[in-house]
Design a protein around this ligand. Structure first.
Ligand code: SF4
Ligand code: SF4
Length: 556
């Protein structure tokens, strides 16, 4: 039986389509995603009809598109008919039921060259490894070798076949009709009669080679389906930062790509991108697989990061479990994640709201909209209970039942302030800095005994009034221990620490008003792995405070 028929995908499609609990929409587009986890209203158009339905949670598994090979000038795609991509080769093999007929004249291809990293790991094209193309070419070389008279040549930078796939690679190495060599392919040129030369340097033979092939396959890489919208959005943000004129010119000159989910969120219709992630859908790969910055929406498969089919299947299972967990928690009325099972939620005293919109703008998860008067309207199921809105509110009217400006303020007031000694308070992020302190303790690292720690859900919830209270009570120094700045997901809540830092631009006014030294307040960026450095950082601050001297408010 031809090797090409080696998956059970048709069987799986039939199983899914015949399952009464699964509805499959083909040629479909998501027109709008409104609402919140557990209560999404999703409008889907398919084959001329449109339908809006209630959806609990969403897995976005829209996959990838092949990189446009015509952008790689020296590999001849678009110039020579017998240069095809790995996707096109798969179709050729399927059409020929195992036999490979080349496009130019339908002749059976008996000498097929595969060029690996056709654009991948190249800063001018796709700077990342696409993960699946080496093993795909090894598999496709097997298609060629179904004809014992045919040979396959694979030109690679490195073959990347981790884990058990290494055995698959070894099998190809032992196949007498498969030649594998490390090489920098410099050019594809015409060899006449539809044949082509692969011109390569730095091969394992140590010399330049010019190999003739009757068909060339470019192992092109993965471009996530989210890339276009993210590039558009990034371009728009950049243009907007240069002023209204520049934004207008961008909007007029740049065609708007189709959004995948068409989210009705104030932060825009798409899942946000992550800095330096090449347009792959935002998913918190450090701490929380699959989660995006939109609660209840999970990214899975190669839209999230390059992967092969086996990994994509595992991803699908993982993301589906997250989606089920989300609905379960929503049904129980508790937070989904990362503060899973939290029964409280932000409950602003709206009678005192000035409609300043700071909470709506600073919520990292799009959980707050506003009504026509600018009064915030919380979509609680989107909320992750970080408390950033509590820290943002200048009126101090946002509070949780067990977490509020007053509750933390009472903790500050309860700290014993010795009249003849020093006291320092450290407001500490409970996700990174606090566990780092725990580990420092387990490792018996010494921390200056004058320091008292108050855990915060996120430094984004930090309120200036706590600093003012602490200093006016005679506490000698205030530390803020938050996570690293930037959107690279040191922060559980995207960028709470950075927001706190921005707000603390104003701490100088408070210190001035109290006629205190600016050095008495400091923000430190700490990651969970900094447990060995953290005691030293804290002790250095304590030493500095002792140098400055006691807070003159002590004892009043
Ligand atoms: S607690 Fe955090 S996620 Fe929830 S509404 Fe406030 S800022 Fe948004
Ligand atoms: S930050 Fe406070 S005052 Fe401003 S809109 Fe939100 S709840 Fe109202």
């Amino acid at each position: 039986e031809p090797l090409i028929i080696d998956t059970d995908i048709d069987k799986m499609i039939k199983q899914v389509e015949s399952n009464a609990n699964i509805k499959v929409y083909k040629s479909a587009k998501v027109e709008k995603t409104d609402g919140q986890p557990g209560l999404y209203d999703v409008t889907i158009s398919s084959n001329g009809a449109s339908e809006t339905m209630k959806i609990g949670s969403i897995v976005m598994a829209t996959g990838w598109k092949p990189y446009d090979a015509s952008k790689i000038d020296h590999l001849g795609y678009g110039k020579f008919k017998n240069v095809v991509t790995n996707i096109e080769f798969e179709e050729l093999a399927k059409k020929g039921n195992g036999k490979i007929h080349r496009p130019s004249d339908g002749k059976e291809a008996k000498k097929v060259a595969f060029i690996q990293c056709a654009g991948q790991r190249d800063p001018n094209h796709l700077p990342y490894c696409s993960s699946m193309c080496c093993v795909t070419s090894l598999k496709q070389a097997g298609y060629v070798r179904q004809n014992p008279d045919a040979v396959a040549m694979i030109f690679y930078i490195d073959i990347r076949t981790p884990g058990r796939l290494e055995l698959y690679y070894k099998e190809a190495q032992n196949n007498p009709g498969i030649m594998l060599t490390k090489a920098d392919v410099k050019a594809i040129s015409d060899a006449g009669n539809g044949n082509l030369y692969v011109e390569a340097e730095n091969t394992l033979l140590g010399e330049k080679i010019k190999a003739e092939a009757d068909l060339i396959v470019l192992a092109v890489g993965i471009v996530p389906t989210t890339r276009e919208t993210q590039e558009y959005q990034d371009g728009l943000t950049l243009a907007a930062s240069k002023g209204d004129e520049s934004k207008k010119a961008y909007l007029e000159s740049t065609p708007k790509p189709e959004s995948i989910l068409n989210l009705n969120y104030r932060q825009g219709p798409d899942i946000p991108s992550l800095e330096g992630a090449y347009g792959f859908a935002d998913s918190n790969f450090i701490c929380f697989q699959y989660e995006t910055r939109r609660t209840g929406i999970y990214a899975a498969g190669s839209v999230r990061q390059p992967m092969n089919m086996m990994e994509a299947q595992q991803d699908a299972a993982g993301a589906s479990f997250k989606a089920i967990q989300c609905m379960d928690h929503i049904a129980k009325g508790v937070a989904v994640h990362p503060r899973a099972w939290d029964e409280t939620f932000p409950d602003p005293l709206l009678i005192r709201c000035t409609a300043c919109k700071r909470c709506t703008e600073e919520c990292p998860f799009g959980a707050i909209d506003e009504d026509e008067k600018g009064i915030p309207f919380y979509k609680v199921n989107r909320c992750r209970r970080c408390g950033t809105c509590m820290g943002a509110c200048p009126e101090r009217i946002v509070a949780f039942k067990d977490y509020s400006v007053d509750i933390i303020g009472s903790m500050v007031k309860a700290i014993d302030v010795p009249e003849d000694g020093f006291r320092i308070v450290a407001f500490t992020c409970e996700n990174d800095a606090y566990p780092a302190l725990d580990t420092a303790g387990i490792n018996r690292k010494n921390i200056d005994p004058s320091v008292r720690f108050i855990p915060l859900r996120c430094l984004g919830g930090m309120n200036l009034v706590w600093v003012a209270d602490a200093l006016s009570r005679g506490i000698d120094g205030v530390l803020l221990l938050g996570c690293k700045f930037g959107e690279n997901y040191q922060c559980h809540f995207v960028k709470g620490s950075e927001l706190a830092n921005d707000r603390f631009g104003k701490v100088g006014e408070t210190l001035n008003r109290l006629q205190l030294e600016a050095e008495r307040v400091k923000i430190l960026q700490v990651s969970i792995s900094d447990y060995d450095k953290l005691p030293g950082m804290i002790n250095e601050f304590a030493e500095k405070i002792k140098e400055i001297g006691a807070n003159p408010f002590k004892g009043f």
